[in-house]
Ligand binder design. Sequence first.
Ligand code: ADP
Ligand code: MG
Length: 280
Amino acid sequence: MTPIEQLQSALSTLGLKAVEARLEGLLEQAAKKEPSYAEFLEETLSCEVEARRTRYLRARLQLAHLPFLKTCAQFDFGFQPSIEEKQIRELLSLRFVHEASNVVFLGPPGVGKTHLSVALAEAAIQAGFGAYFITAHDMVADLGRAYREGRLDRRLRVYIAPKVLVIDEMGYLPLDDLGATIFFQLVSARYERGSIILTSNKSYGDWGSIFGDPIIATAILDRLLHHSTTINIRGESYRLKERRRAGLLPRSDQQGQETILPTPALSATVTSGSRRKAGA
Ligand code: ADP
Ligand code: MG
């Protein structure tokens, strides 16, 4: 075996795939630039470190099941003045993830609730946290099935383990008794352990109708909102704006035409003690 072949075999045994793939290039470059031994070793290893980082990131992103990839940089805050950009920037610092507190986006369809949830989840993944995205309906259906098959506890782990769980579209469909109980169990299990990012078209005052029972709704909101930030988005659907711009719909200046939130605008950090106001 030539020294190069021996080297390749060693790299393969050690699983240093990125270095193995780039070996010739790295050696050629070193012959030209003549770096110090330490520089050469550092450059070689950082090639592997970078490749691994990218691989882990991709795996984490796949595991997260995000419906699309969008960032906060792609969000037009000018179009959505009901959102304080500062508040989103604070969330992007991921302090809420470290503190295991929750984020709730409320508002009518098309105003960017899923977009911002995905952007926060993506930022968390970039920072090395695990994240998982699912709609409320799919999660409750999945856990209901697990319950009937006697494996609820095991299945719950899927939704408890990730540091960030996005539950999208809470409230589009009401939950039955079992669904409400399971949802309560999940929120309790994650309480002060992992963040929930939740989106809903229903104001807190209407959550009783989602769960069919005001007592369980209160118990869920209590845990969900104890450490949380609520972002209440008003205004027009971005989807409609785009279609309108394409000339598919007549122009309209009727602000809040689609607003279905009966509550007055509230864009505040809800913390312990002030949470009752959120449902007012
Ligand atoms: P929601 O979940 O509130 O119904 P989405 O987050 O799915 O709305 O947004 C609908 C579409 O419009 C998505 O493609 C999203 O990226 C886009 N969108 C919404 N609001 C904005 C905005 N302010 N700037 C850029 N894109 C936006
Ligand atoms: Mg959505």
